[in-house]
Write a protein that binds this ligand. Structure first.
Ligand SMILES: Nc1ncnc2c1ncn2[C@@H]1O[C@H](COP(=O)(O)OP(=O)(O)OP(=O)(O)O)[C@@H](O)[C@H]1O
Ligand SMILES: [Mg+2]
Length: 235
Protein backbone atom coordinates (compact mmCIF):
# COMPACT_ATOMS: atom_id res chain seq x y z
CA UNK A 1 0.00 0.00 0.00
CA UNK A 2 1.09 3.54 -0.70
CA UNK A 3 1.50 6.22 1.91
CA UNK A 4 0.21 9.67 1.06
CA UNK A 5 1.57 13.14 1.41
CA UNK A 6 -0.52 16.22 2.19
CA UNK A 7 0.53 19.78 1.40
CA UNK A 8 -1.16 23.07 2.14
CA UNK A 9 -0.19 26.42 0.65
CA UNK A 10 -1.70 29.64 2.05
CA UNK A 11 -5.07 27.98 2.64
CA UNK A 12 -7.86 30.40 3.55
CA UNK A 13 -11.37 29.24 4.43
CA UNK A 14 -14.30 30.09 6.64
CA UNK A 15 -18.04 30.51 6.82
CA UNK A 16 -19.77 33.00 4.57
CA UNK A 17 -17.51 36.00 4.41
CA UNK A 18 -15.79 35.22 7.69
CA UNK A 19 -12.21 34.02 7.40
CA UNK A 20 -11.40 31.37 9.99
CA UNK A 21 -8.46 29.50 8.50
CA UNK A 22 -6.25 32.43 7.61
CA UNK A 23 -3.35 31.33 5.46
CA UNK A 24 -2.16 27.90 6.55
CA UNK A 25 0.87 26.40 4.84
CA UNK A 26 2.40 23.10 5.90
CA UNK A 27 3.51 19.69 4.67
CA UNK A 28 2.71 16.36 6.24
CA UNK A 29 5.00 13.57 5.09
CA UNK A 30 3.81 10.08 4.15
CA UNK A 31 3.32 7.99 7.28
CA UNK A 32 3.71 10.91 9.62
CA UNK A 33 1.42 11.63 12.59
CA UNK A 34 1.06 15.37 13.05
CA UNK A 35 -0.95 16.90 15.87
CA UNK A 36 -2.75 20.20 15.40
CA UNK A 37 -3.02 21.81 18.79
CA UNK A 38 -4.30 25.13 20.08
CA UNK A 39 -6.93 26.65 22.30
CA UNK A 40 -10.68 26.42 21.78
CA UNK A 41 -12.10 28.24 18.79
CA UNK A 42 -8.83 28.90 16.95
CA UNK A 43 -10.00 27.04 13.83
CA UNK A 44 -8.71 23.48 14.25
CA UNK A 45 -11.98 21.82 13.27
CA UNK A 46 -12.50 24.30 10.43
CA UNK A 47 -9.06 23.35 9.10
CA UNK A 48 -9.99 19.64 9.15
CA UNK A 49 -13.33 20.37 7.43
CA UNK A 50 -11.46 22.36 4.81
CA UNK A 51 -9.14 19.42 4.15
CA UNK A 52 -12.02 17.00 3.73
CA UNK A 53 -14.13 19.45 1.70
CA UNK A 54 -16.96 20.28 4.07
CA UNK A 55 -15.81 23.89 4.19
CA UNK A 56 -14.82 25.43 0.83
CA UNK A 57 -11.33 26.76 0.19
CA UNK A 58 -11.44 30.51 -0.47
CA UNK A 59 -7.86 30.64 -1.67
CA UNK A 60 -4.68 28.62 -1.53
CA UNK A 61 -3.96 25.00 -2.38
CA UNK A 62 -4.52 21.62 -0.75
CA UNK A 63 -2.41 18.90 -2.35
CA UNK A 64 -2.68 15.16 -2.04
CA UNK A 65 0.49 13.58 -3.45
CA UNK A 66 1.09 16.76 -5.42
CA UNK A 67 -2.38 17.02 -6.94
CA UNK A 68 -4.50 20.05 -6.02
CA UNK A 69 -7.69 18.63 -4.51
CA UNK A 70 -8.99 21.90 -3.02
CA UNK A 71 -11.71 22.23 -5.64
CA UNK A 72 -13.02 18.68 -5.33
CA UNK A 73 -16.21 17.74 -3.48
CA UNK A 74 -16.03 15.94 -0.14
CA UNK A 75 -17.13 12.58 -1.62
CA UNK A 76 -14.44 12.81 -4.29
CA UNK A 77 -11.77 13.58 -1.71
CA UNK A 78 -13.01 10.63 0.34
CA UNK A 79 -12.66 8.39 -2.72
CA UNK A 80 -9.11 9.64 -3.18
CA UNK A 81 -8.36 8.33 0.31
CA UNK A 82 -8.97 11.07 2.83
CA UNK A 83 -10.96 9.89 5.83
CA UNK A 84 -12.35 12.21 8.51
CA UNK A 85 -13.34 11.17 12.02
CA UNK A 86 -15.29 14.24 13.16
CA UNK A 87 -15.23 15.92 16.55
CA UNK A 88 -18.13 14.42 18.49
CA UNK A 89 -17.68 11.21 16.45
CA UNK A 90 -20.58 11.53 13.99
CA UNK A 91 -21.98 8.08 14.57
CA UNK A 92 -25.69 7.18 14.50
CA UNK A 93 -26.58 6.45 18.14
CA UNK A 94 -29.82 4.61 17.51
CA UNK A 95 -28.41 2.39 14.82
CA UNK A 96 -26.52 -0.80 15.57
CA UNK A 97 -22.77 -0.99 15.42
CA UNK A 98 -23.14 -3.15 12.30
CA UNK A 99 -25.32 -0.56 10.58
CA UNK A 100 -22.90 2.21 11.48
CA UNK A 101 -20.13 0.21 9.84
CA UNK A 102 -22.22 -0.43 6.75
CA UNK A 103 -22.02 -4.11 7.53
CA UNK A 104 -25.41 -5.17 6.28
CA UNK A 105 -26.88 -8.28 4.76
CA UNK A 106 -25.43 -9.09 1.37
CA UNK A 107 -21.88 -8.03 2.17
CA UNK A 108 -19.66 -10.12 -0.09
CA UNK A 109 -16.48 -12.02 0.81
CA UNK A 110 -14.14 -9.26 -0.33
CA UNK A 111 -15.88 -6.68 1.83
CA UNK A 112 -16.08 -9.19 4.66
CA UNK A 113 -12.29 -9.54 4.75
CA UNK A 114 -12.07 -5.76 4.89
CA UNK A 115 -14.26 -5.80 7.99
CA UNK A 116 -12.16 -8.57 9.49
CA UNK A 117 -9.10 -6.34 9.07
CA UNK A 118 -10.91 -3.53 10.91
CA UNK A 119 -11.99 -5.89 13.70
CA UNK A 120 -8.35 -6.85 14.23
CA UNK A 121 -7.83 -3.30 15.41
CA UNK A 122 -11.15 -3.02 17.25
CA UNK A 123 -12.14 -6.51 18.44
CA UNK A 124 -14.72 -5.09 20.85
CA UNK A 125 -16.85 -3.93 17.93
CA UNK A 126 -17.27 -7.42 16.57
CA UNK A 127 -18.72 -8.46 19.91
CA UNK A 128 -21.13 -5.52 19.88
CA UNK A 129 -22.41 -5.68 16.31
CA UNK A 130 -26.09 -5.79 17.17
CA UNK A 131 -25.92 -3.25 19.99
CA UNK A 132 -27.19 0.32 19.43
CA UNK A 133 -24.08 2.47 18.98
CA UNK A 134 -25.31 5.05 21.49
CA UNK A 135 -25.47 2.46 24.28
CA UNK A 136 -21.71 1.86 24.19
CA UNK A 137 -19.13 3.67 26.31
CA UNK A 138 -17.45 6.82 25.02
CA UNK A 139 -14.29 4.89 24.26
CA UNK A 140 -16.15 2.20 22.35
CA UNK A 141 -18.04 4.83 20.38
CA UNK A 142 -14.77 6.50 19.46
CA UNK A 143 -13.42 3.15 18.28
CA UNK A 144 -16.54 2.77 16.15
CA UNK A 145 -16.07 6.26 14.70
CA UNK A 146 -12.51 5.39 13.68
CA UNK A 147 -13.50 1.93 12.45
CA UNK A 148 -16.21 3.21 10.12
CA UNK A 149 -13.67 5.45 8.41
CA UNK A 150 -11.11 2.65 8.27
CA UNK A 151 -13.57 0.45 6.39
CA UNK A 152 -13.20 2.87 3.46
CA UNK A 153 -9.44 2.14 3.27
CA UNK A 154 -8.20 5.72 3.65
CA UNK A 155 -4.60 6.74 3.01
CA UNK A 156 -4.91 9.86 5.09
CA UNK A 157 -6.89 9.97 8.30
CA UNK A 158 -8.00 13.18 9.98
CA UNK A 159 -8.97 12.73 13.63
CA UNK A 160 -10.69 15.57 15.47
CA UNK A 161 -10.25 15.35 19.25
CA UNK A 162 -10.64 11.59 19.66
CA UNK A 163 -9.98 11.89 23.41
CA UNK A 164 -13.08 14.01 24.01
CA UNK A 165 -15.40 12.42 26.58
CA UNK A 166 -13.19 9.39 27.14
CA UNK A 167 -11.68 8.20 30.40
CA UNK A 168 -7.87 8.43 30.71
CA UNK A 169 -7.09 4.70 30.62
CA UNK A 170 -8.97 4.35 27.34
CA UNK A 171 -7.25 7.42 25.89
CA UNK A 172 -3.94 5.55 26.14
CA UNK A 173 -5.44 2.52 24.42
CA UNK A 174 -6.73 4.68 21.57
CA UNK A 175 -3.28 6.23 21.32
CA UNK A 176 -1.68 2.81 20.88
CA UNK A 177 -4.26 1.88 18.25
CA UNK A 178 -3.61 5.07 16.30
CA UNK A 179 0.10 4.28 16.18
CA UNK A 180 -0.58 0.69 15.13
CA UNK A 181 -2.84 1.97 12.36
CA UNK A 182 -0.08 4.20 11.09
CA UNK A 183 2.49 1.43 11.26
CA UNK A 184 0.42 -1.39 9.81
CA UNK A 185 -2.02 0.36 7.46
CA UNK A 186 0.43 2.88 5.97
CA UNK A 187 -1.68 5.80 7.08
CA UNK A 188 -0.72 9.44 7.20
CA UNK A 189 -2.50 10.99 10.17
CA UNK A 190 -3.45 14.50 11.19
CA UNK A 191 -4.88 14.57 14.69
CA UNK A 192 -6.46 17.57 16.40
CA UNK A 193 -5.93 17.16 20.12
CA UNK A 194 -5.81 19.04 23.41
CA UNK A 195 -5.11 16.01 25.57
CA UNK A 196 -1.42 16.21 26.46
CA UNK A 197 -0.94 12.51 27.12
CA UNK A 198 -2.57 11.50 23.83
CA UNK A 199 -0.54 14.08 21.91
CA UNK A 200 2.63 12.71 23.47
CA UNK A 201 1.59 9.11 22.87
CA UNK A 202 1.01 9.52 19.14
CA UNK A 203 2.40 12.66 17.55
CA UNK A 204 5.71 12.96 15.70
CA UNK A 205 5.39 16.74 15.87
CA UNK A 206 2.84 19.41 16.75
CA UNK A 207 1.57 22.36 14.76
CA UNK A 208 0.30 25.11 17.04
CA UNK A 209 -2.71 26.98 15.73
CA UNK A 210 -3.90 30.39 16.86
CA UNK A 211 -6.52 32.58 15.21
CA UNK A 212 -6.52 30.58 12.01
CA UNK A 213 -2.77 30.39 11.55
CA UNK A 214 0.04 28.00 12.38
CA UNK A 215 2.10 30.09 14.80
CA UNK A 216 4.65 27.51 15.91
CA UNK A 217 5.85 23.96 15.50
CA UNK A 218 6.99 22.04 18.57
CA UNK A 219 8.07 18.57 19.51
CA UNK A 220 5.54 16.75 21.69
CA UNK A 221 7.96 16.57 24.63
CA UNK A 222 8.32 20.38 24.60
CA UNK A 223 4.79 20.47 26.03
CA UNK A 224 6.16 19.12 29.31
CA UNK A 225 7.04 22.74 29.94
CA UNK A 226 3.97 23.97 31.88
CA UNK A 227 4.25 27.47 30.42
CA UNK A 228 4.12 26.13 26.85
CA UNK A 229 1.31 23.72 27.66
CA UNK A 230 -0.67 26.58 29.18
CA UNK A 231 -0.10 28.74 26.13
CA UNK A 232 -0.86 26.13 23.49
CA UNK A 233 -3.47 23.88 25.09
CA UNK A 234 -6.72 24.69 26.84
CA UNK A 235 -5.47 23.40 30.20
N1 LIG B 1 -20.75 26.51 10.94
C1 LIG B 1 -20.18 27.63 11.37
N2 LIG B 1 -20.65 28.84 11.00
C2 LIG B 1 -20.07 29.98 11.42
N3 LIG B 1 -18.99 30.04 12.23
C3 LIG B 1 -18.48 28.86 12.65
C4 LIG B 1 -19.05 27.61 12.24
N4 LIG B 1 -18.33 26.62 12.82
C5 LIG B 1 -17.37 27.22 13.55
N5 LIG B 1 -17.46 28.56 13.45
C6 LIG B 1 -16.58 29.53 14.09
O1 LIG B 1 -15.25 29.34 13.63
C7 LIG B 1 -14.32 29.56 14.68
C8 LIG B 1 -13.40 28.36 14.80
O2 LIG B 1 -14.16 27.23 15.17
P1 LIG B 1 -13.57 25.76 15.15
O3 LIG B 1 -14.67 24.85 15.51
O4 LIG B 1 -12.88 25.55 13.85
O5 LIG B 1 -12.50 25.87 16.31
P2 LIG B 1 -11.72 24.72 17.12
O6 LIG B 1 -10.31 25.17 17.22
O7 LIG B 1 -11.99 23.41 16.50
O8 LIG B 1 -12.40 24.81 18.56
P3 LIG B 1 -12.59 23.65 19.67
O9 LIG B 1 -11.25 23.48 20.33
O10 LIG B 1 -13.58 24.24 20.62
O11 LIG B 1 -13.08 22.42 19.00
C9 LIG B 1 -15.12 29.85 15.94
O12 LIG B 1 -15.17 31.25 16.11
C10 LIG B 1 -16.49 29.32 15.59
O13 LIG B 1 -17.50 30.03 16.26
MG1 LIG C 1 -12.85 21.69 17.19
Amino acid sequence: MMCSKIGLSSVVSGYGRVRIVDGVSTEVAPGEIVAVIGRNGVGKTTLMKTLIGEVPVKSGEIRLNGRDIGGLTAPRRARLGIGYVPQGRGIFSRLSVAANLGLGVGVGDAARSNFDRVFEFFPILEKRLQQPAGSMSGGEQQQLAIARILVGNPQVMLLDEPSEGIQPSIVQEIGRTIRRLRDQQDLTIIIVEQNLSLIQAVADRCLVMDRGRIIAEVRPDALNDPALAKEYLAI
